[in-house]
Design a protein. Structure first.
Length: 67
């Protein structure tokens, strides 16, 4: 993997992590204001999708280790 590709992956990971944190803050605010439970559940599902993307990217950046 080239240096540019690694830099792009790190940038994408940083964006996804920030988006995940933003969803977390939004969900907390929605809970405090007593927002509709269905909307909160949808936000949590979107947050989980982002976390899955983060995991996939992180798995792709780590080299395979043969034991």
């Amino acid at each position: 993997m080239s240096d540019q590709e690694q830099a792009e992956l790190r940038l994408q990971l940083a964006r996804l992590k920030q988006e995940h944190a933003d969803f977390d803050a939004a969900i907390d605010a929605m809970n405090q204001t007593g927002c509709d439970a269905l909307r909160i559940q949808r936000m949590k599902k979107k947050k989980l999708v982002i976390k899955d993307k983060i995991s996939q990217l992180e798995d792709g950046t780590l080299p395979d280790i043969i034991a």
